[in-house]
Design a protein around this ligand. Structure first.
Ligand code: AMP
Length: 341
């Protein structure tokens, strides 16, 4: 998608918005649960993909890490196959309309509604010393992210469902109070089985900010580290390589092997019938290392070329801003802000 303004067949395509927060390094779960689908959706939809750096500062954050990760995320977006000619790839803080619309939406969101958000309650409980207003207003910034592009579809995890519902409520309220302004977005939720668990605690989702990083495989981990993490993966005292909910450790490894080799689960079970857990863990590690090898090589080339990454960011921000400005201008007009001719 060169520009959502283009009068081309692209106009018939639905608009997808997706963003990843650079609060930790990207890991296998992000790839399987989000990034892989983002690549797939590029041909069928007009996609806007963002590095959501503004959301990152709602929790305690090291500026140098945020800066490094913003480049890293953009380089990984490109390395996995997101294409700046097809999709808009941008960094949220470089598109000022996000903050501008968020302010207006704050004024159309009730304190009570925002107080009911589970993520706010959980994050406040986790860091009681930093319950900042930005954390409280996180969902209105997220609503602005989505509504600015007249987004039709938002691929998200179940944990973000409540925030999307709030975005829909705010949009509907605004549309009713004034006149139709925003498209009401729908969520696309990943199918069951797309979830990857921590290798050392296979009952907990693998996450980029997990305390025990030995159970998290980061997309940029070197091959030795990946192999070590898989070899130490927790399994059970059984010996069967069989997908079974009562065997979360081995089932998680089977899912990972299945995704990274493109082998259906039952074929994985047949392939490894009679193998030991130790052999299987080695094979899973090798499959992941081989899959990530070209991605890491490409990432390495890109991340050392800051000039190129900045050019991608600048082009993405310009394209995003062009669309976002149209929505924002409508909103400003409707709420009564004077716009200079
Ligand atoms: P997060 O890293 O929690 O901000 O999530 C960013 C995206 O990656 C969301 O779409 C999540 O649903 C997806 N994601 C994160 N961790 C996992 C996981 N362990 N398994 C599947 N999807 C995940």
């Amino acid at each position: 998608m060169a520009d959502l303004n283009d009068k081309t067949q692209d106009q018939a395509k639905k608009i997808v918005y997706s963003a990843l927060k650079p609060t930790g390094d990207l890991q296998l779960g992000n790839y399987i649960g989000a990034l892989k689908n983002m690549v797939r959706m590029q041909d069928d939809y007009n996609c806007v993909y963002m590095v959501a750096d503004m959301h990152s500062i709602t929790v305690d954050n090291v500026p140098a890490d945020l800066r490094r990760r913003t480049y890293d995320f953009m380089a990984l977006f490109l390395a996995i196959g997101l294409d700046p000619e097809k999709s808009i790839l941008a960094v949220q803080s470089q598109v000022p309309e996000h903050a501008e619309l968020a302010w207006v939406l704050n004024c159309y969101t009730q304190f009570g509604e925002a107080s009911r958000m589970t993520q706010f309650k959980e994050k406040s409980a986790k860091a009681p010393e930093n319950v900042n207003v930005g954390l409280f207003a996180y969902p209105t910034l997220m609503a602005a992210d989505i509504l600015l592009y007249q987004t039709d579809l938002v691929p998200i995890g179940k944990d973000q469902k409540q925030h999307l519902e709030l975005a829909r409520d705010i949009a509907q309220r605004f549309n009713t109070k004034y006149s139709p302004t925003f498209v009401i977005p729908d969520g696309i939720y990943p199918k069951q089985g797309a979830k990857i668990y921590n290798l050392l605690d296979p009952t907990a989702k693998m996450g980029k900010t997990d305390d025990n990083t030995n159970g998290v495989v980061f997309l940029l981990d070197d091959p030795d580290t990946i192999m070590r993490k898989f070899k130490r993966a927790v399994t059970d005292c059984d010996t069967d390589i069989r997908y079974d909910e009562s065997k979360p450790g081995i089932s998680n490894l089977i899912t990972i092997y299945s995704v990274f080799t493109g082998t259906p689960v039952d074929a994985v079970e047949r392939e490894f019938a009679g193998s030991s857990y130790a052999d299987f863990k080695t094979k899973v590690g090798e499959a992941v290392v081989e899959y990530l090898r070209p991605i890491q090589a490409r990432h390495h080339e890109l991340v050392t070329d800051k000039k190129y990454l900045e050019e991608v960011m600048r082009n993405g921000a310009e394209k995003a801003s062009r669309i976002a400005k149209r929505t924002l201008s409508k909103v400003y007009r409707k709420v009564g802000f004077v716009q200079l001719p």
